[in-house]
Design a binder for this molecule. Structure first.
Ligand SMILES: [Zn+2]
Length: 130
């Protein structure tokens, strides 16, 4: 059973896009990025989410990084929940995605520097020059 909700079998699909305990993440990202949530909601749809947006190339790279970071943070959250010394807080999960993506982009992009404040408030504008 899923260790987070205890009402469904823990599958990859359930963990990443089906668990009611973690679904909030997938509603906060489109608000933060001002993009529409995919019509269908499976892992493949999330992985191709950027294709349904009108983002430009640099923005698409940054948005892809957000999606990958979200999967990474969800997996880490699950593992910390099961194996960690303390129960992680769901309220920290979205912030972890924002921070991790900023860290990855800031350290991997050789073309531009993204400011933390602009990344927080308008990631679409902040990543336009990537
Ligand atoms: Zn669950």
């Amino acid at each position: 059973m899923c260790p987070l909700c205890s009402v469904a079998v823990e599958t990859i699909d359930h963990l990443f896009v089906g668990c009611r305990e973690l679904l909030e993440i997938w509603s906060r990202i489109p608000i933060w990025w001002d993009v529409r949530l995919p019509d269908r909601f499976a892992i493949d749809d999330i992985m191709r989410w950027v294709d349904s947006t009108s983002l430009k190339i640099g923005q698409r790279k940054a948005f892809d990084a957000v999606i990958i970071s979200a999967f990474w943070c969800l997996w880490n959250f699950r593992n910390n929940f099961v194996f960690g010394p303390t129960i992680p807080r769901k309220s920290d999960l979205f912030d972890a995605i924002v921070e991790r993506t900023f860290f990855w982009i800031s350290n991997r992009s050789s073309k531009s520097r993204i400011g933390w404040t602009s990344w927080l408030h308008n990631p679409v504008l902040a990543s336009i020059l990537m």
